[in-house]
Design a protein around this ligand. Structure first.
Ligand code: NAD
Length: 282
């Protein structure tokens, strides 16, 4: 039987509508959430992501400011921009679009963002809070995945969740969120052995790798929930996830499409984080 689709596009639209209502309520108290987006360099994919984020802000009434910096910007100049935004009381959230140009240490830039304005949740203190089981700003993509699972009513407590990918922005924080909800979590990565068998034992299987169609139907347990975080541009220009949708959807119980699954949820969670940061600042 074909899997049910976990429709991130429609759930994200509902989240945005709720954010819009909350933004209107905040306006009654004279508060308008403000997001600053810093884009350094001319990575075409980053430009598309930033444009989508700014558009979502406009739709929900969150004020956004764009700072475009040249590809040869110095680390110092970039950090100075962040520090100025840290001091700007009209700005509640600061997003530094990754990847950054190669002369810049991304970790130094991310650490310069005030934790209370770190709407991406990448600052060490926010990641540490998550590790300690007291989440503050939670990274948007993992938060979006959790929201999708809850929306579908997927049982998390006691489930075996296999997360393929251990990045600080997706794999690790998502594993912590699943653990916090009492899943039994296995984290796989590029050096993991026997990925196929581990994946096949998952009730919840998450692919966050960046390799098109790495996960095939053979790696999916019948009835499992498959979450595809990957975004890969194929040579013909089309987008593909990390999961081979045709074969995996024959076996899975639930599956996210690419596009229209995790991606829109990431932006919706960013808006929620902005709203939370703005409310908390007053
Ligand atoms: P990353 O490159 O930082 O991490 C990739 C991870 O995959 C690493 O931990 C690595 O060990 C693991 N890996 C690599 N090859 C592997 C293999 N053969 N088997 C098992 N594990 C392997 O990437 P990231 O930033 O975590 O992003 C992962 C993917 O998710 C990318 O396609 C990215 O574009 C996408 N992404 C999507 C969203 C969204 O909103 N939809 C957000 C962030 C990232």
């Amino acid at each position: 039987m074909a899997a049910r689709i976990l429709d991130g596009k429609s759930l994200a639209a509902k989240v945005r509508a709720a954010v819009k209502r909350d933004v209107e309520a905040l306006a009654q108290r004279g508060i308008r959430p403000g997001l600053a987006v810093i884009l350094a360099g001319d990575n075409p994919a980053s430009r598309v992501y930033v444009r989508n984020k700014v558009r979502a802000c406009e739709e929900t009434g969150v004020r956004s400011e764009m700072y475009e910096l040249p590809a040869n910007v110095s680390e110092e100049a970039l950090i100075d921009r962040v520090l100025a935004l840290n001091d700007d009381s009209d700005i509640h959230g600061i997003l530094v679009q990754l990847p950054l140009p190669k002369q810049i240490h991304a970790d130094r830039v991310l650490e310069s963002v005030a934790p209370a304005k770190d709407v991406d949740g990448f600052h060490e203190s926010n990641l540490g809070a998550l590790l300690a089981g007291k989440p503050r700003m939670v990274p948007c993509t993992p938060a979006g995945v959790m929201r999708l699972l809850d929306h579908a009513g997927v049982a998390i407590a006691g489930a075996h969740a296999v997360v393929i990918g251990r990045s600080n922005i997706v794999g690790k924080p998502l594993s912590l969120l699943l653990l916090q909800r009492d899943a039994t979590v296995t984290i796989c990565h590029s050096k993991s052995k026997d990925l196929e068998n581990i994946a096949r034992s998952a009730d919840i299987l998450v692919a966050a790798v960046g390799r098109a169609k790495l996960v095939t139907g053979r790696m999916v347990k019948p009835g499992a929930c498959v979450i595809d975080v990957g975004v890969n541009r194929l040579t013909d220009g089309s987008l593909a996830g990390d999961v081979e949708f045709a074969s995996a959807s024959e076996v899975a119980g639930w599956i996210t499409p690419v596009p229209g699954g995790v991606g829109p949820m990431t932006i919706a969670m960013l808006l929620e984080n902005c709203l939370r940061a703005a409310s908390a600042s007053h």
